[in-house]
Design a protein around this ligand. Structure first.
Ligand SMILES: Cc1cc2nc3c(=O)[nH]c(=O)nc-3n(C[C@H](O)[C@H](O)[C@H](O)COP(=O)(O)OP(=O)(O)OC[C@H]3O[C@@H](n4cnc5c(N)ncnc54)[C@H](O)[C@@H]3O)c2cc1C
Length: 268
């Protein structure tokens, strides 16, 4: 048994092609909007917040509200970026949030957590480590603090895991999986059988992509005190990452004393 901690790595975020935006805006007369971004947003890369800019761009596209006069129905436009995005959230104009996606690697998370995660479908993409292909030679496992503080529980739990791990090793030898010339389909067949003897808590990895609309929903649901403790931990971390990545789109959450992320605007 290898003790592990669940970890979250952000590995991809939106990256706007500002030349492409400028070329489009010059055709529809919306350059002023981009000039504001140039002045206020693009000076330093760290402050670019492309996800927010992409969402604002998509929102302004809907009403051609780059500036007053482009659409005769629009006399006033919201120039303040944060206020504009707040209005998107307040009015539930959530479809524009779907343009910005973020990709995370959830590392050393259990199959308990990944099974719950994959229930969230719209706006997400998933690639999970295959335990049909990847043979378990050890059983990585996370224990929450309260369990670690219980010596009798730890003694029995680690003994059980050690036995499961030894059984994995025994099966590898018994099925002669490391002998020369064993065809890959045979290894796959037996590895898939062997994983049935791993616990649900075995730590594994998953690549998870979600757009901002989905992220807002899942952060709320999976940090709720009624949610499972490991996925709560994972989504508290994702919430923190997203608040730094897109403060105007995640700044409305209040984190309660018991760790729930409660949004100012629900179900956008
Ligand atoms: C505390 C907790 C306990 C749970 N317990 C169980 C359990 O015991 N057994 C179990 O099976 N599941 C359980 N679940 C999973 C739960 O039922 C949902 O499947 C899961 O949380 C996905 O959330 P969602 O339904 O909001 O869908 P998401 O996939 O996150 O979708 C987001 C929203 O899109 C809309 N939507 C999505 N799919 C459809 C659709 N097909 N048709 C119409 N609208 C759609 C809904 O408005 C939905 O809320 C639990 C979840 C939590 C948080």
């Amino acid at each position: 048994m290898k003790p592990v901690e669940p970890e979250v790595f952000l590995v991809a975020r939106p990256d706007i092609d500002y030349d492409g935006l400028a070329a489009y805006l010059s055709q529809v007369g919306g350059e002023r909007w981009l000039e504001r971004l140039d002045r206020d947003q693009l000076a330093g890369d760290e402050e670019r917040h492309d996800a927010e800019n992409l969402v604002e761009f998509a929102g302004k596209m809907c009403y051609r509200s780059w500036e007053p006069g482009l659409n005769p129905n629009v006399r006033r436009v919201r120039d303040d970026h944060a206020k504009y995005l707040e209005n998107i959230l307040r009015s539930g104009h959530g479809s524009v949030l779907e343009h910005a996606s973020f990709t995370f690697v959830l590392h050393n998370v259990s199959r308990v957590a990944t099974h719950e995660l994959v229930r969230h479908r719209p706006g997400t993409a998933v690639s999970q480590e295959s335990l049909r292909f990847v043979r378990l030679d050890e059983i990585p496992f996370w224990f929450p603090d309260w369990a670690r503080e219980d010596p009798e529980l730890m003694k029995r739990a680690t003994a059980l895991l050690a036995e499961m791990e030894a059984f994995q090793g025994w099966m590898s030898g018994h099925f002669k999986l490391d002998d020369d010339g064993v065809p890959f389909h045979e290894k796959k067949h037996k590895t898939s059988f062997m994983r049935r003897f791993a616990p649900d808590g075995v730590a594994t990895g998953i690549v998870w992509t979600a757009n901002i609309r989905a992220l807002r929903h899942v952060i709320e649901m999976r940090t709720d005190p009624g949610a499972e403790e490991e996925i709560r931990l994972i989504f508290a971390r994702i919430g923190e990452i997203m608040r730094a990545e897109a403060p105007s789109l995640f700044g409305d959450y209040q984190v309660t004393a018991d760790g729930a992320w409660v949004p100012g605007w629900r179900k956008v």
